[in-house]
Write a protein that binds this ligand. Structure first.
Ligand SMILES: NC(=O)c1ccc[n+]([C@@H]2O[C@H](COP(=O)([O-])OP(=O)(O)OC[C@H]3O[C@@H](n4cnc5c(N)ncnc54)[C@H](O)[C@@H]3O)[C@@H](O)[C@H]2O)c1
Length: 358
């Protein structure tokens, strides 16, 4: 049997290994890697000793395989791939080091925070023939997959427009301090999932973005926490996107996605894109759950389904040369929509993607 792919991790926070496994929305990458047949966790890096200690205490690695210095880890450890789960601002530097060491790269969203930096990294990744995958998991939850399929099969006729509303209470003083310093946190933390989902389900790219940003007086964030955007795709589909992470409400569902088509409407109301996905056929009051056969419907189960799928696809691309999913090049396009949205809000102008990208 082919040997397992040896993987290292940079950044052992909540996504890699949940601090509170019971309330966490996911099992966590280190847990998934450890139970996977395709990967072997060989070392982890994090500047904080307490993060590394959690890996040792939970029995995943011996303390000799934990590093507070990335270069030291890469010079001591033989490995094939790296998972980048540190804060977004460090992704580019970490990916650069992975490339220098010829490692395949699995990267948490957003791929990077700077488009030009991202373009250079993509050239290097592709130049070396490395496999990259950006973790844009909204695509691979069952709602995203079901919408993609029903639209691809052309069952609903022409697509009219998308309305998306996001209302979240992320004003949580217990979050790490850096979270409140981040620029446009709604766009970089969540918008990127939603924009990536739109690109994926429509199999289309974004052509233009116009919009405004706002923030309520009680917000703890430095930057604006809400946006109201009007987005158009290359094929002319309008997307109305409105959201905030400064809601004081923790009762109603956060996400509302409505895709209106010639033959009916698709509706998902959820916290983190979990089922059901309803189809309301045009002209009558019936509704059909297009995700009826999905039994694992909780937020946690849906995160784990999509994370496992991504890990499996990353493995198959490396081990068997199968097609990559959400490569760095693909992931960068979703970041470009985030950046264009930010620029649109800051300038008050409509941003055209072809000009923005040239
Ligand atoms: N795909 C998703 O649904 C999803 C959900 C949450 C977070 N994320 C992404 O996952 C990544 C990590 O988020 P998190 O919630 O685990 O954050 P976190 O704050 O819980 O953990 C970050 C960890 O990185 C460490 N770190 C700080 N600087 C570092 C550096 N220079 N190099 C290596 N490690 C460093 C910190 O000590 C901490 O242990 C981010 O990119 C975030 O956008 C994705």
């Amino acid at each position: 049997m082919r040997r397992k792919i040896r993987i290292v991790v940079s950044g052992v926070g909540n996504r890699a290994l949940p601090k509170d496994p019971v309330s966490s929305n996911w099992f966590g990458w280190i847990n998934l890697i450890s139970k996977s047949d395709g990967f072997k966790l060989v070392a982890v890096h994090d500047p904080l000793d307490e993060s590394l200690k959690r890996v040792v205490e939970k029995g995943y690695l011996d303390s000799r395989n934990t590093y507070t210095d990335l270069d030291e880890m890469l010079s001591h450890v033989s490995c094939d791939a790296m998972l980048v789960t540190n804060p977004a601002e460090y992704h580019a530097g970490t990916v650069q080091k992975a490339i220098e060491n010829n490692l395949h790269i699995l990267i948490e969203k957003p791929f990077v925070t700077d488009i030009d930096e991202g373009k250079k990294l993509i050239e290097a990744i592709e130049g070396k023939g490395l496999i990259s995958c950006v973790i844009q998991n909204w695509r691979y939850k069952d709602v995203g997959r079901s919408i993609f399929k029903v639209l691809k099969d052309g069952l609903l006729g022409s697509i009219g427009h998308i309305f998306f509303r996001y209302v979240r209470n992320r004003e949580n003083p217990n979050y790490p301090k850096y979270i409140f310093e981040e620029e446009y946190p709604l766009l970089y933390a969540m918008g990127i999932h939603h924009f990536d989902l739109f690109r994926h389900i429509l199999d289309d790219e974004i052509h233009s973005v116009a919009g405004y940003a706002f923030k309520p007086p009680w917000s703890m964030y430095k930057s604006e926490t809400g946006v109201n955007l009007f987005i158009k795709t290359k094929s002319g589909i309008p997307i109305v996107y409105t959201g905030t992470i400064s809601s004081t409400n923790s009762n109603f569902l956060q996400e509302s996605l409505l895709v209106e088509c010639e033959k009916g409407s698709l509706l998902n109301k959820s916290d983190w894109s979990e089922p059901p996905l309803w189809f309301y056929p045009a002209g009558n009051k019936d509704k059909i759950d297009l995700t009826a056969e999905i039994t694992n419907r909780s937020a946690r189960q849906q995160y784990d389904i999509s994370d496992e799928y991504i890990l499996d696809k990353f493995h198959k691309s490396i081990a068997f040369g199968e097609e990559q999913i959400c490569s760095a090049r693909d992931g960068l396009m979703s970041l470009c929509v985030v950046e264009a949205s930010r620029l649109a809000c800051e300038s008050g102008k409509k941003i055209f993607m072809p000009e923005f990208l040239s």
